[in-house]
Every structure is written in C-alpha cells, then in structure tokens.
Ligand binder design. Structure first.
Ligand code: FE2
Length: 386
C-alpha cells in the first residue's frame, strides 16, 4: 500500500471572472485592518492596484503599497517590503501581480513573524511560525504561486535562486481572476504559460507524485495544451484566457504537492547567472530535458502525450516521444527565444557551467526527476540547448 501523503491548498480559492473584487471581503474575514499591498510599478500605474486598494478600503481596511518588485525578487525586495510592513504595522499582506510580487509577498509575510533572515530558511520546512495572513492575486497565468507552498528569492551576493518551501508560505486565500490576464502581451503569455505547462509535466513525472497531484497535473496539461496557443494567438479570447489560467492554477497545486524536477532545477541557475526570465528559461530546456527523461518513466510521459491530445501508439516510449515532439512544436509556435538568442554563448557558459550544475543539484529538484542526471549529464544538457 502507498505511503500516506498530505495535500495542501489555500484555505479559500476563488476562481473566475471578477474573483479579485472579493479581496475586501476576504481580507475582512481574515481579521485584517491594515494591508500591505506588494506589487510592481507596472501594476500600480495600471488600474489593477487601484481597484484592489479601493475594494480593501471600502471594507474598512487601511492600505499601504510596496511597489518595488520590478524584477524577480531578491533579498532587497524582502527587506524593503518588510520595512514598510513594520513602519505601518500592517497585519495582512495582499500580493498582486505575476510570480515576482507573489513570491516577494510570501517572503515578506513569513519574515514578519519569523526571526533572522530569509536566507536562513532556504530549503524545506525550516520556518517555525505561520506568517501574516496572505491573499494572493495573480495577474499572469503561469507560476501558480498563488497556490504553492514555495517562494523563490534570489541571493544576489552568491548568484543563487533560493527555493524556500514551507506550509507556512502557502497563501490563505487565492483570488484567481482571468480578467486580469487579458492585458498580457504575447511574450509574457508564452513565457508564463509554458512555465505552467512545465509545472504540470514535472509534477506528473516527479518521483514525488501522488494520486491527488496527478489529477491536477494531467488536467493542467490538458487545459494548457488546448488553450495556451489560442490565448497567445488571440489575447482577448476570454475562454482561452480563462482555461489557461485554470490550467496554471491546477499546475501550481500539482507541483506544490508533488514537486518540480530537472527542468526547474536546471532553469534556476540560468536565471540567477544570465538573468533569463524564469518561464523563458524553462521553455528553452523543456523539450531536451523531456527527451533525456523519457526512458526514466515512459508510461507517465505517454500519459502526458495523451493529455496533449495525442493517440496512444505502439508502445509507451513511442507515445511519449510523440508527446515531446508536440511540446517542442508548441514552444516553437509561440516564438520563445532560445538561450543563444538571449546572449548565452558557449564562451559565456564555459566558466560557469560547473557551478550551475552544482547549484541545480543542490536545489534538490533534479533528484525528483524520473531519470536521474549526473553532474556531467546536466552540463551537457546545458550545452545541448544552446
Ligand atoms: Fe516555474
């Protein structure tokens, strides 16, 4: 019999058009009186931040804004956000934006109640106290951060993307409103959507997969396989946007309760060293890493192919390979830039490839891959995707 596993999701998830307008009611239900909205300058200049602020204020909640998360979050963002939280004695965090403000909001919420520095908690299960109540409102259909017990904070001094995991990081409330994604430009739709697809695939093939995460993972792959390209081709296609966002949410729930694997393990060092955006970095790796990994669990990769709409072929391996080809086609169709197009050359990779492979392995994610990769194999995969 299989070992007992836990499955965690936010206490409340509201999904659908207009969900973000429930922020006032949810904040009140959580007992908040002073909210710190963690976001970026782009959100603040658009209408989304003002709408959230207004809704909170209408519910009798004072608002303060930290809009400094204009890149993937690092130690500075956590420190600056925390300073504002303390200055105004905020008792609730509302994180609004793409994965970056959400991850920053998560880190700020837990560091408001835990001692020391965020870097002390790198790894899994080290936080000792629940954070401030956190409401997450994603504006991209990608990271699934609104429903995960992880945050990624870059340690810029050491060029490392720290993975911090704890049930205390999981937002209490996720307000997932596809209307907020209608304004996403094509490049962002592709990068964030392919990040979500990577979550679904990795959660399903992971050695830590479990029956409940499998349901979410396969459903996510199906939704994203059917709707991501239409959402990219027709940005105002509300149905495609909505189903893509549902897929991203499900993929987030899946990997939060299973894990990611080799793609994410290898992708984080690329982001930390070459400053390639997370989704783009994953997309560049996904096809080759799937090719490498299929022999580790052809049956599971065949299930992925079927979720992508393909028929089963002679054997699991053949079906799985057809699925990999479909994923590569999708990435090509969405015109995601390759590493070399982003300026990562062999000459630049040579001096850092070893450290990147070491950091990938140290993150723990590659150990969840169905086919384990040695340090040398990871290095050669980096060169292969160039
Ligand atoms: Fe990701």
């Amino acid at each position: 019999m299989s070992q007992a596993r836990e499955f965690r999701i936010p206490r409340s998830i509201r999904f659908g058009s207009g969900a973000s307008r429930e922020v006032g009611a949810e904040a009140k239900a959580l007992g908040g009186s002073r909210a710190l909205i963690v976001t970026d300058a782009f959100m603040r200049s658009g209408g989304n931040c003002a709408a959230v602020e207004k809704t909170l204020q209408a519910a009798g909640i004072a608002t303060h804004i930290y809009d400094g998360v204009n890149s993937e979050p690092d130690l500075t963002h956590v420190r600056d956000g925390l300073a504002l939280q303390q200055q105004y004695s905020c008792d609730l965090i509302v994180a609004l934006g793409g994965g970056s403000p959400l991850d920053a909001g998560k880190a700020i919420a837990v560091m408001a109640t835990n001692t020391g520095k965020i870097a002390d908690y790198m790894g899994s299960g080290k936080l000792t106290r629940p954070g401030l109540p956190l409401i997450a409102i994603p504006t991209t259909a990608g990271t699934g951060s609104e429903a995960t017990q992880f945050t990624i904070i870059t340690d810029t001094d050491h060029d490392v993307k720290m993975l911090i995991g704890s049930p205390f990081i999981l937002p209490l409330v996720a307000l997932v409103d596809p209307d907020l994604t209608l304004a996403m430009p094509r490049g962002l739709t592709a990068a964030t959507g392919l990040d979500a697809l990577t979550h679904g695939i990795e959660a399903y093939v992971s050695r830590k997969a479990q029956p409940l995460s499998d349901l979410m993972a396969l459903s996510a792959v199906r939704l994203l396989g059917e709707n991501l390209l239409p959402a990219w081709e027709r940005p105002d296609d509300q149905e495609a946007r909505s189903k893509t966002m549902l897929g991203a949410l499900q993929a987030g729930i899946a990997f939060s309760n299973s894990s990611v694997a080799l793609v994410h393990g290898m992708s984080r060092p690329v982001g930390a060293v070459f400053h390639v955006a997370h989704g783009v970095s994953n997309a560049a790796l996904l096809g080759e890493v799937m090719d490498f990994s299929v022999p580790g669990d052809p049956e599971r990769y065949a299930d992925i192919a079927v979720a992508l709409g393909l028929n089963r072929q002679g054997n699991a391996e053949a079906t799985a390979r057809a699925g990999v080809a479909r994923v590569k086609e999708l990435i090509r169709a969405m015109q995601v830039p390759s590493y070399s197009q982003l300026g990562v050359s062999k000459e630049k990779l040579d001096p850092v490839a070893g450290k990147m492979a070491d950091d990938a392995i140290a993150s723990g994610s590659p150990a969840n891959n169905p086919r384990l990769a040695t340090r040398d194999e990871i290095i050669s995969l980096y060169y292969k995707v160039l």
